[in-house]
Each structure stands twice: as structure tokens, then as C-alpha cells.
Ligand binder design. Structure first.
Ligand code: URA
Length: 209
């Protein structure tokens, strides 16, 4: 069964509280999304393999460890996932970035694909899927299935907020995919928004309505 890592850390709790406040403007909202994404990425990359290398420090010969050439890709679910990418690139600047555009049909709430551009060796990379709001879970579920159809074997999902039902969807459909999030909120409302949530993350990131 997939693990759910809820990052209950004071820095994350503080930044998420800023995101929740409806009076927080786009600039601060964007910064909080970016910073929380870095912190989630920090935890999600805890198992990256290291290799030992011998170097000279200014003082002595030393054995040190570097990350051992693991090929990573970040796949961002448009549009709100864009807000998470820079925070991850701050920590993993060499990661390749893919984009998947899936919108939620407002009537069925089902994901419909409208855009996909992935690194051409995506099947040989470990992939971090980013989607800040895991609401119904339908979009992330479809994106993960899409990546598996391309041959991707190792996937982690980073979301800022989730609800119990979306966690269940991912756990049932993709028991091999670990989820990293800042909090699990109470429920969805009848329009598919997370309660208490942050509102529409895409609109708040990009200042649209
Ligand atoms: N997408 C959002 O941006 N916010 C929600 O609460 C749910 C889906």
C-alpha cells in the first residue's frame, strides 16, 4: 500500500496557513507554494542513492558522498502544478520537466487530456508528479496512469492539500505511488473544492478569476 507522508512541520504549517487566508495576495501565495514544494521535495527525495567519492578538502583527504546519477523528472499537472516546479528545481536543478494538461469536466468532474509534453526518456526516469490540490484525485490518478502507460516505473506524488477520498483513490488505483502532502483536509464541497482548503489554487497563483 502506498505511504502517505503528511509533513506536519512548523514551517509548512505556517506557510500553508498563509495560503489558506483569503487576504493573502498572489505574490505571497506563489512564494508559499514554491517554498512548501521545496520542503515536500526534500522529504520525497530522502531515499536518493549516494555514491562515495574521494576528494581533498583544504585540510585533508576525505571520503564524501554525492547523489549517484539518478535520473529524475518532474511532471507538472497544468495549470496549478506550474507553481510547484521552481521550488523543486531549487533543490534538483538538473531534473527534466514534463507537462500534462488535464482539465476537470465541470459536469462529470472527470479528467480530460488537452496537452502532453514529456522528456523523451521519461520511461527511464524516476518521476515526481506535482499537483497542489488533490481534490477528487481524478486528475492525478489519470496523469499517473498516463505515465505508467509510457513505461514509467517509479512515481511519487507531491500535493500541498489532499482529502481522505482523493488519498483513497490514489491508494486503490496506484498502491505503488507514495503521496507527500502538507495536510489532509476535511472534505470536498459540492463544487469539488477542498474544505477548508485554499480556494482555486490556479487562480490564486496566477491572479485570475
Ligand atoms: N482545485 C483547486 O484549485 N482547489 C480545490 O479546492 C480543489 C481543486
Amino acid at each position: 500500500m502506498a505511504q502517505v507522508h503528511v509533513m506536519d512541520h512548523p514551517l509548512i504549517v505556517h506557510k500553508l496557513s498563509l495560503m489558506r487566508d483569503k487576504y493573502t495576495g498572489s505574490k505571497e501565495f506563489r512564494e508559499a507554494v514554491e517554498e512548501i514544494s521545496s520542503l515536500l521535495c526534500y522529504e520525497a527525495t530522502r531515499d536518493l542513492p549516494l555514491k562515495e567519492v574521494e576528494i581533498e578538502t583544504p585540510i585533508a583527504h576525505a571520503k564524501v558522498r554525492y547523489i549517484s546519477g539518478k535520473k529524475l523528472a518532474v511532471v507538472c499537472i497544468l495549470r496549478a502544478g506550474l507553481g510547484m516546479v521552481d521550488g523543486i528545481l531549487d533543490l534538483i536543478p538538473s531534473a527534466k520537466i514534463g507537462h500534462i494538461g488535464l482539465y476537470r469536466d465541470p459536469d462529470t468532474l472527470q479528467p480530460v487530456e488537452y496537452y502532453c509534453k514529456l522528456p523523451n526518456d521519461i520511461e527511464s526516469r524516476d518521476v515526481i508528479v506535482v499537483d497542489p490540490m488533490l481534490a477528487t484525485g481524478g486528475t492525478a490518478n489519470a496523469a499517473i496512469q498516463f505515465l505508467k502507460n509510457y513505461g514509467v516505473k517509479n512515481i511519487k506524488l507531491l500535493s500541498i492539500l489532499a482529502v481522505p477520498e482523493s488519498i483513497s483513490v490514489i491508494q486503490e488505483q496506484h498502491p505503488d505511488v507514495d503521496i507527500y502532502c502538507a495536510a489532509i483536509d476535511e472534505k470536498l464541497n459540492d463544487k469539488g473544492y477542498i474544505v477548508p482548503g485554499v480556494g482555486d489554487a490556479g487562480d490564486r497563483l496566477f491572479g485570475t478569476k
